[in-house]
Structures are given as structure tokens and as C-alpha cells.
Write a protein of this length. Structure first.
Length: 274
């Protein structure tokens, strides 16, 4: 049997809920063989309110990891996550172009969960210039959408969200999905998709209580894995939305600071339908 393959170029979350840990769990659940190029290690300090400490990997080593997979094995999709420096962003974008990757899903991580402090002030600039143009699908949250669109404030109305999506699309991404979730007080959890022609709402029920650590990683990885499996863009996005909804539905508290999504949730739903 030939198994579909995907590469995640992302960081390691020591607590296991986000980053490459979430990516690999998601890919495995969807029947895709996941491989990694590690960009950064994130540790959490249990003696300082779970403060995140970020340790980037040397760019030369990242390039060797990427070449190991793309030149030595080959993939059906690539997903990017935390790319903590402009040099690493430029490298990832260059490799996606060099190897002619068509199914590139970009999760433009700019800050650790729960923070609106960008990892590096030049990260947004580098993403706008290098990474957005190579993305088949890009999945910013509201803060990331603000930074990529060059807005003065984080979008908080539907019109502002649509405008951010339009501006990001103009940078070269084929499809922009601005992740809103349940943050703005609407009756449903939703994301806003823009493909250059029309806006669409991707709606799901609001789940309370919800633990969402690693939610963005999980959503984008589910889309990438589905593209690797040969699904159309619309089908991949639909699977990604359903996957993250079930992951949040079955989420759990890990400790007093964090609660991750549960990557087995989608499988549990499928099991009840069979």
C-alpha cells in the first residue's frame, strides 16, 4: 500500500498539544505519514505561570531536515507552523518553491498561545513578502490577520475581518481563512474564507467549555493531510473544520495552565456513524 505523506515545518511544543506534536497526531488520525523539519523548541516554565521560552534551531540544520524529506522522500503536502525568524521564513518559502510544492498550507504563527506579543517584529514583514505568496491556503487567527494585512488594530467586526482577508489574498495566497472561533460573541463558532471571488462563512456549533491549545495547528494540519489524501480544496477545508470541531468537543484540561484539543475526537465521531 502506498501511503500519502506530508511534511510539517514547525516548532516543538514540549507540552504536546501544539506544534509538530499536534501536526503528527492529526496526520496520523487522517491516515497520512507525517514527517518533520523542526524550527524551534518551545518550553514552558512551571515555576513562572507557564511562561513560554522559545529556542530557535540553526537555519542550516533546518535546511538539512527539509532536504532530507523533500529531496530524499517526497511529499503530497507541506504545512508550516512556527517560523520564529525572518531567515527561517525565507528558507521555508524558498524550499516550497524549489521543490514545486503545490499543496502548501501556511499557519502563520506569530505568537505563543494567548499572547498578542509577536515573536519577532520582522516576522510579519517576512511572511508578507515570502511565505504568503506560496500558500495555497493560509489560516491566520485575528491577531495574525491584523499583522499580515497591515491593519492598525485587530479586526472585531465582520467587515473588518473580510477586509483583512482581502488584503492578505492580495499578497498572493490562493485561499485565506481567518479563524474567528467563538471569540466575538456571535451565536456560532465560525471562520471567514476568501478565495478572491467570494466570502464564505465556515460555521460550527459553539462548544463550552472548550480547551483550544493547539487548535490552529490541528486545523491547518487536518487541511494539509486531507489535501495530501487527494481531496479537493473545498473537501479538505470541510474535513479540517469537522476535525477541529470534534477535537475541541473532546478537549481536556492538562494542568492549571493549559488544555489541548483531543486529536482522537474526529475518529470517535466516525466510529459512531459507522
Amino acid at each position: 500500500m502506498t501511503m500519502k505523506k506530508a511534511l510539517t515545518i514547525a516548532g516543538s511544543d514540549t507540552s504536546g498539544g501544539a506544534g509538530i506534536q499536534a501536526d503528527l497526531k492529526t496526520m496520523e488520525e487522517l491516515g497520512v505519514y507525517g514527517m518533520t523539519a523542526l524550527t524551534v523548541i518551545v518550553a514552558q516554565d512551571p515555576h513562572n505561570a507557564w511562561h513560554h521560552e522559545v529556542f530557535p534551531i540553526d537555519t542550516t540544520l533546518i535546511e538539512k531536515q527539509i532536504d532530507t524529506v523533500l529531496a530524499g522522500i517526497g511529499v503530497d503536502a507541506v504545512k508550516t507552523g512556527m517560523l520564529p525568524t525572518p531567515e527561517i521564513i525565507e528558507l521555508a518559502a524558498r524550499k516550497i518553491k524549489e521543490y514545486g510544492i503545490q499543496n502548501a498550507v501556511v499557519d502563520p504563527v506569530m505568537a505563543c498561545k494567548g499572547a498578542d506579543e509577536i515573536l519577532n517584529p520582522d516576522v510579519a514583514v517576512a511572511m508578507r513578502k515570502h511565505l504568503v505568496p506560496v500558500a495555497k491556503i493560509i489560516t491566520p487567527n485575528l491577531f495574525e490577520a491584523r499583522m499580515l494585512a497591515g491593519l492598525d488594530k485587530t479586526p472585531s467586526t465582520m467587515e473588518e475581518i473580510k477586509e483583512a482577508a482581502r488584503l492578505i489574498h492580495e499578497l498572493g495566497a490562493e485561499i485565506v481563512i481567518v479563524k474567528v472561533g467563538g471569540k466575538l460573541g456571535f451565536d456560532t463558532a465560525f471562520d471567514v474564507l476568501y478565495d478572491g471571488n467570494e466570502y464564505r462563512l465556515l460555521e460550527s456549533e459553539k462548544i463550552e467549555p472548550a480547551f483550544t491549545h493547539g487548535g490552529g495547528c490541528t486545523f491547518s494540519s487536518a487541511i494539509a493531510a486531507s489535501l495530501a489524501n487527494g481531496h479537493s480544496v473545498d473537501e479538505a477545508i470541510e474535513i479540517g473544520k469537522e476535525f477541529i470541531t470534534e477535537a475541541v468537543r473532546h478537549s481536556f484540561r492538562l494542568n492549571q495552565y493549559v488544555g489541548p484539543t483531543n486529536h482522537t475526537g474526529y475518529r470517535k465521531k466516525l466510529a459512531t456513524q459507522s
